[in-house]
Ligand binder design. Structure first.
Ligand SMILES: Nc1ncnc2c1ncn2[C@@H]1O[C@H](COP(=O)(O)OP(=O)(O)OP(=O)(O)O)[C@@H](O)[C@H]1O
Ligand SMILES: [Mg+2]
Length: 459
């Protein structure tokens, strides 16, 4: 019997059992099935009292050829199961269903391995008491990703919340990622002992948040990541969302202020509102310094208001009450307001990696590359001062260089050359920055008037 038949029968069986058993909810369906049964919100979704209709997964779950194809990836689902005794297709509607569910269960249990049962809570619930079945419903639920991690779920919440045009603009400022979409995980990152400890502590705190609330400890879940560009602040935050199965709400404070300064306070408020709406989630505020700068007396009133709103919003949000984890990130801790600084209960340092870390990062980056005589320790030794992001760039250059010679196998020499190129480029960049402070552009009399239009010091 082909695996295709097993796929389709599992799907039919799941649809049947889920439709019948009202005590099951969305989290009992494997994520790949949820997606196809999700009903999208539409414009006439409002009921008389103005409340939006429930969108989600409605019973009964009706299976047709195209639905089954989407859910299972099997090209011709009905063909795969048409010779089984317990299946039928209605000519007119095209609906596929089970004529004898009990027979289908027996057939399925004879063929499905433990892993298949473990990832299908709906079927596990129906068969957990039978002889020879050693998977419980609770175990299967534990193994299955919660619906909060699904893109469809996040989109439906966002759509429900942002119906006005003005609000939709807000979504240009805030980026929301589903944990299923995050590619780099904690395993792909090289962390310092301190970073590992803090991440572990946070995960423990989240798990035991009810206990913490009981004993009156509420100051948790607000963390500030501090470190130079390219040291993994953003990537670690996203990886955390992936690890915890939480939506990731990302906002760059500079974007919020750059649009209209007068709107900044409102935009800050909205950002926190989005996070509360999507909770449980992680709210990641990048470039934290760009609003929370040390307050100067000559500062614009709108900016002052924005800072106050930001501080107040941080005060008002809580892991215990709102289930929002707040992570701030900054390259300029020196520019942070003391009042902002105080509001984080943990500060995590992201230093440039040391030699050992650089070697480990190189090993991870090159995991799937083919490199002759590769010596990551030697490369690490001569890349003092480079960040994880720099090392990635070095490897990318080495790969692209080799491709120009039609090679997909690299050599240690390619990498060393790429390091040299990178350092050269880095030198150029630094030279550029130094000359920026000069009144005249060296050796070039006519280009210098550009500086009259330089507004960069305004920011
Ligand atoms: N410790 C690390 N381990 C593995 N890879 C790393 C590490 N640090 C950085 N990288 C690589 O560098 C890339 C860029 O890192 P990331 O964007 O997270 O840095 P950042 O600290 O957020 O920088 P910025 O301050 O500019 O926003 C990551 O996608 C990752 O591939
Ligand atoms: Mg970043």
């Amino acid at each position: 019997m082909s695996n295709r038949a097993l796929e389709v029968v599992e799907f039919l069986l799941t649809a049947h059992l889920y439709s019948d058993n009202r005590s099951l909810d969305e989290n009992d369906l494997p994520p790949r099935y949820r997606r196809v049964f999700w009903t999208e919100p539409s414009d006439d979704d409002e009921t008389d009292d103005g409340e939006p209709n429930v969108v989600g997964i409605e019973r009964p779950l009706v299976v047709t050829d195209s639905v089954a194809r989407k859910a299972t990836g099997v090209e011709h689902p009905w063909e795969a199961i048409s010779d089984l005794l317990f299946t039928q297709r209605e000519e007119f509607s095209g609906r596929i269903s089970l004529t004898q569910p009990e027979m289908a269960i027996e057939w399925f249990l004879d063929r499905a391995d433990r892993e298949r049962l473990e990832t299908n809570p709906t079927i596990a619930a129906a068969v957990e008491d039978r002889d020879g079945v050693d998977v419980t419903h609770a175990e299967a639920r534990e193994q299955t990703r919660p619906i909060q991690a699904d893109r469809v779920w996040i989109d439906s919440l966002l759509e429900e919340y942002f119906d006005e045009e003005e609000d939709a603009e807000m979504l240009d400022l805030v980026q929301v990622r589903a944990p299923e979409e995050i590619e780099m995980t904690l395993e792909d990152l090289v962390l310092t002992g301190d970073q590992e400890g803090e991440i572990h502590k946070l995960m423990q705190a989240i798990e035991h948040r009810e206990y913490l609330a009981e004993i009156g400890l509420r100051e948790i879940g607000k963390i500030l990541f501090v470190g130079p560009p390219g040291t993994g602040k953003t990537t670690v935050s996203r990886a955390l969302a992936h690890e915890l199965g939480l939506p990731f709400v990302e906002v760059k404070l500079s974007m919020i202020t750059s649009q209209y300064l007068g709107e900044t306070a409102k935009n800050v408020e909205k950002t926190f509102e989005v996070a509360k709406r999507l909770s449980p989630c992680i709210l990641f505020i990048d470039e934290f310094d760009s609003v929370a700068k040390t307050r100067r007396s000559d500062e614009h009133a709108a900016l002052k208001r924005a800072v106050n709103t930001l501080l107040k919003s941080i005060d008002d949000i809580s892991l215990i009450r709102d289930e929002v984890i707040l992570i701030g990130a900054t390259n300029h801790p020196d520019q942070l307001d003391a009042a902002a600084w105080r509001r984080f209960d943990e500060i995590v340092n992201f230093p440039k990696p040391d030699g050992q870390m650089r070697a480990d990062i190189l090993r991870i980056i090159t995991r799937r590359m083919d490199i002759e005589d590769f010596d990551p320790d030697a490369v690490a030794e001569r890349t003092e001062g480079l960040t994880g992001s720099d090392l990635r760039m070095v490897l990318r250059e080495a790969v692209l260089e080799a491709l120009t010679e039609d090679r997909m196998t690299l050599t240690q020499e390619d990498i060393v050359d790429a390091v040299e190129d990178f350092e050269e480029r880095d030198n150029l960049k630094n030279m550029d920055m130094m000359s920026d402070g000069e009144q005249l552009v060296a050796g070039d009399g006519d280009g210098s008037h550009d500086h009259a239009h330089d507004h960069s010091h305004d920011h």
